[in-house]
Structures are given as C-alpha cells and as structure tokens.
Design a protein around this ligand. Structure first.
Ligand code: MG
Length: 400
C-alpha cells in the first residue's frame, strides 16, 4: 500500500471574537482526507503565518502523514534554532492536523490513539470576574447555578487596578497596576468568596506573574485558609528558581506554565516536584506530541494537568486539550472560556459542556471541522496590543 502524503498546507485566519485564530489545514493525497490543527499565537499571527507558508509548507509537501514523530522532530530542528512561541505554534498547527488525520485513517477519536479514556468527560473551571467584590460574587453565584463547580475568581481585569494611583509627571499611556494593592484587594475578595460561596465550591486564582517573588510567596501563604484548588502563575518563567522558596513556605497548590515554550521550563519544576499542575498552552509548546510527553513525565512525579483554555486557543486547540484530558490518568482540571453561538456555528463538532463537564464527541480524529465560508466573513484585524503595555505606578514597564 502506498503512503498517504501531505499534498498541501493551507492556513485559515479568522477573528470571530477579539482574538485572531490561526488554523492549519493539511490536505492529503487521499481524496477527502484532511486534518486541522491550532497554531494560534494571536499577538503575532503574521509571524506564524509566514513561517508556515514560507518555511514549513515546502518542507512538508510529499511527506508520509503517518510519521508524526519524525515530522515533528524534523520541523523542530530544520531551522537549526529551536523552540519559541512562533516556531512552536507553527509546528503545533501541523502536529495536531497529523493526529487528526491519523485518527480519521484509524476511524478512531484521538483519545483512543493516546491509550483510551480514563474518564467520560473533563471537569472544567470557568472565570468569574467583576470590578468589585460584590460583582465577582454575583457572577460566581450565577455560574454555580448553571452547574459549574470550579471557578477562577478575578477582580478588575488581571488585578491591581487602583482608582488613586499617583504617577510622576510625564508618564506614558499604558495598562497601569499596583502590585501591593493587588495583594490587599485579592486577599479580601478571595476570603469573602470562601465565606459567601461556601466550602464545597472549588476556587482558583491566577496571579498572572504580577507580583514580586517575595510578595507572591506571602500571598500564597496568606491564602492557605481559603483552600484554593490552585494558585496559578505565581511567578514569571524568568523567576522559576523562586518556586523552591514558595514551596518551602506554603501548602497552597501551585499551577504553572501557560507561558512556557521550552521543555527545560517544565522539566525542572516537575522533576523537583515544585508545582502541582502543569498548564501549558498546548499550541505554544508544539502541539499534542510534546503535551503527551509532558503529561506522562508529570504523571511519574504525581503532578496533574490543567491545560490553558482561554479564547486565544482556537476551538481546534480546545478539542486537542479535551482529547488529552479524557485520556491522561493524571488529568487535573480543564480551563473553559464559554464561546458564543457564532463560534459553535463556525466550528462544527465543538466540545459540549454540561453540568461542569466537557464531553468529547466520538468522531474520528479531533472531531472538529471549520466552516471556511463563515470564517472568511470574520477576517483578522491588525492592531497594536495595549493590554500588554503594562506599567507600575511610577511608569516602569513590566510583564503583563
Ligand atoms: Mg493564566
């Protein structure tokens, strides 16, 4: 039997909501057989597009679609310099599409190829936000009433906004916040949440690397009575060595990883058992292939998964998250962002969420398609990103 090969690589750019989505479509030599993958790096989508179109497409045409591992390794080393979010996202688009194709050839969902289900559905957490504590509590209550049992609570965007920030004269425009106000306000909000929402609801919080390491450590320690399901991104990837200190001072559960783009970032944390949940953005680490490897590594060390699942993961990427979720014996929780009807229409086969659980369909491959005519009606819009132009009260530029 002759090999099924890659005949074409097409890139679908669409922006149904605020985020620019990049979906890779691989066309094979088998009539009608194609696969989809998520390559979404919303802030730098032109760079990913160019890498796919100009560098990976010529490398891939004619290759045997069955050789996912070979193709993944080849894509990673072909540019000599490796990793990084642009390279990894482009590789992910191809990697996920190859898993989708392999599933369709085997007539099995991708979770079957990984080893089969460990559970019927993945428990999800959703976001409850607001500008004040009472707004956050009202939104949390509504989500509990719609069946969710895990809530990530946040206040004032990513927090630290303050009505009375005093700036020196002449500061540039930007997204300003005060890390000290962040700690005071979030502590009050999370303590109120535990008191008003009760002990049974699972509460999560994301520091989004907004604190100095020593303040993150004090915050994690002060949160112990709130008994979080997890505290996310307490530190920036640049400050990973501080995890050892946080771990030594608190039993608050720690989740880390949506900004990771290199295996050494998670390998060290896992091997030293410094976190409880790995939560990479799967397209930003290169797709299903490295995520599977990271999940298996984490399992050996008693660490669970919690893949990143916001609106800047395309529905194809959410489907990939879910296939890993229902397979991984060490699944922890899945972040879910509640897409509107337009996105369900654009991506037939979207995972279904009922009563706080996300269910895969039993279609072969990733089980998700794209209505390209509808996607074309929502072209990507160029903009200069403002929310990442983050500054401290005195105007110092900092990580968002
Ligand atoms: Mg996060």
């Amino acid at each position: 039997m002759s090999a099924v090969t890659i005949q074409d690589l097409q890139i679908i750019l669409t922006q149904p909501l605020n985020q620019r989505l990049i979906v890779v479509k691989l066309i094979t030599s088998e009539p009608g057989l194609r696969g989809l993958g998520c390559a979404t790096f919303t802030q730098r989508f032109h760079a990913v597009h160019a890498l796919l179109e100009k560098h990976l497409k010529p490398l891939l045409i004619g290759r045997d679609v069955s050789r996912i591992e070979d193709i993944w390794q080849t894509m990673m080393v072909n540019g000599y310099w490796r990793n990084g979010p642009v390279v990894n996202n482009a590789i992910s688009g191809v990697d996920m599409a190859l898993w989708d194709i392999k599933g369709k050839m085997a007539k099995m969902p991708v979770y079957q190829l990984l080893g089969g289900k460990s559970r019927e559905a993945a428990a999800v957490y959703v976001h409850a936000n607001g500008d004040t504590i009472s707004e956050v509590m009202d939104n949390a209550q509504q989500l509990l009433e719609s069946g969710y049992r895990h809530l990530r609570l946040h206040m004032g965007g990513y927090g630290g906004k303050h009505p009375n920030l005093v700036h020196p004269d002449g500061v540039p425009s930007g997204a300003y916040y005060d890390p000290r106000a962040y700690v005071r306000n979030m502590l009050k909000m999370l303590e109120t949440a535990r008191d008003t929402l009760g002990d049974e609801v699972e509460l999560l919080h994301d520091i989004h690397e907004r604190l100095h390491p020593v303040d993150a450590m004090a915050f994690a320690k002060a949160l112990e009575p709130v008994n979080l399901f997890f505290l996310e991104d307490a530190l920036a990837p640049e400050d990973l060595d501080w995890f050892e200190r946080i771990r030594a001072h608190t039993t608050t559960r720690l989740a880390m990883g949506e900004l990771f783009v290199h295996p050494l970032e998670w390998r060290t944390l896992v091997e030293r058992r410094l976190i409880d949940f790995i939560r990479m953005h799967i397209s930003a680490i290169g797709g299903i292939t490295p995520a599977r490897n990271a999940a298996i590594l984490a399992q050996a060390y008693g660490i669970r998964t919690a893949w990143h699942g916001p609106h800047d993961v395309s529905p194809v990427g959410h489907a990939a998250n879910l296939h890993l979720d229902v397979w991984a014996p060490n699944f922890g929780i899945q972040e879910w962002c509640r897409f509107p009807d337009l996105v369900y229409e654009m991506f037939p086969g979207m995972p279904e969420v009922r009563n706080g659980y996300m269910y895969p369909n039993d279609q072969p491959g990733l089980g998700i398609e794209i209505d390209e005519a509808l996607a074309a009606k929502y072209p990507c819009i160029d903009e200069v990103i403002t929310w990442t132009q983050t500054r401290l009260p005195d105007g110092t530029p900092v990580r968002p």
